[in-house]
Write a protein that binds this ligand. Structure first.
Ligand code: BYC
Length: 337
């Protein structure tokens, strides 16, 4: 059985560094591992190894940041939506994303990390968020393609997280997935309208958007399993239920059929059905581009981060006013008691 002590040994170079643990800690860890092995859930107040806690804070806070930064590329189009109906839908979608960010920050807070700490990590560039949001949204068709491909990839990745071993995260994901499903459908429906009733220029706009978002959408699932440093441990702990590559493959297989129905081509000459594997083969993903974007050098990284920092600074007076009001109320309550 894998234990936290083994993990520390591996990290610190051998048994000489092994920390001494009390009998109680050993027992707690054995109970934790048994619950995980049984497919059970861990609640916020349960004992958990420090590495499990840190892994969850890392993943949940990155996920929360992705939702919040993910509002920016779409927010860019709210004032330019072509009809009132599309504007209402887009507004509701962006608002949902703010809500998802808040559920997720709340889930991460149950692990003992404050929202201010998470924001600080984002604003100083120490925290990651999904690579996909560092690409520009150049046309209205991008709104449809983000719904279809980006939200489609997000659902593929997030449905298994509804069974994540950390119960507060799993519960947040159930609600998020219901809303993501609406997001994916509204995007696909917007594209169907353009492809079935649009002008030649509008159809071309859809194809151009698909060409630009296809490869970045595949990168959303993370590096290949063999190069994913966190996967093995996260799978063992039931944080991740399906691997990066397996989810990517499921997404490709589902999307090829949807692309046919839509009447667009996917920009991969190597994409073809493999009878033996009962799956599609696909061409090489540009992992150098992925790491460039993850490490801060994508087309819009600076713009996205600056927008978040500006929003934080512009909102300082609201936070100050709320704190002053809370202090005043506290004083009134104290005097009345
Ligand atoms: N972008 O060992 P790995 C949305 C990082 S929001 C940036 O495989 P892990 C939406 C990874 O963090 C969608 N970084 O990691 C919102 C790790 O770095 P650290 C967001 C990435 O955690 C608004 C390193 O690479 N969804 O859908 O086992 C509008 C090695 O990777 C990316 C989630 O956050 C990436 N694409 O697996 C519309 C889902 N991929 O931390 C839509 C929850 C990897 O070691 N998260 N990295 O420095 C997950 O499921 C997992 O964290 C991942 C990565 C599959 C993403």
């Amino acid at each position: 059985m894998y234990t936290q002590a083994m993990d520390l040994m591996a990290k610190e170079g051998g048994p000489a560094q092994k920390p001494l643990r009390s009998a109680e800690e050993v027992q707690l860890e054995a109970r934790f591992e048994a619950r995980i092995d049984d497919g059970g859930f861990i609640e916020a107040k349960d004992w958990m190894p420090e590495h499990y806690r840190k892994t969850l804070v890392r993943q949940i806070s990155q996920h929360a940041h992705s939702e919040i930064v993910g509002m920016l590329p779409e927010g860019n189009w709210i004032t330019r939506a072509p009809t009132l109906k599309r504007k209402t839908i887009l507004l509701a979608k962006v608002q949902d994303e703010a809500g998802h960010g808040l559920y997720l920050y709340a889930a991460a807070e149950t692990l003992g990390t404050s929202r201010d700490q998470m924001y600080e990590a984002l604003h100083t560039g120490r925290a990651k968020y999904s690579s996909i949001f560092n690409y520009p949204t150049l046309s209205w068709a991008d709104m449809g393609v983000i719904g279809w491909l980006v939200d489609g990839a997000a659902i593929m990745n997030q449905v298994p997280l509804c069974r994540c071993s950390y119960a507060p995260y799993a519960r947040a994901m159930v609600r998020i997935c219901r809303e993501e499903s609406f997001h994916q459908r509204q995007g696909y429906e917007a594209l169907l309208t353009m492809m079935n009733h649009g002008t030649a220029a509008q159809k071309e706009m859809v194809q151009d958007a698909v060409n630009r978002w296809w490869w970045p959408s595949l990168m959303m699932f993370g590096p290949p399993d063999a190069e994913s440093p966190n996967s093995a441990q996260s799978m063992r702990w039931g944080i991740k239920r399906i691997s990066n590559d397996a989810l990517r493959q499921k997404f490709i297989d589902a999307t090829v059929e949807q692309a046919k129905l839509l009447g667009v081509s996917l920009p991969d000459p190597d994409l073809k059905w493999n009878e033996e594997r009962q799956s599609h083969d696909y061409g090489p993903i540009d992992w150098a581009e992925f790491w460039r974007v993850v490490n801060g050098d994508g087309p819009c990284n600076r713009e996205r981060l600056n927008a978040r920092v500006d929003a934080w600074e512009d909102g300082a007076w609201v936070r100050d006013a709320a704190m002053a009001y809370a202090r005043k109320q506290q004083q009134i309550d104290k005097e009345a008691a």
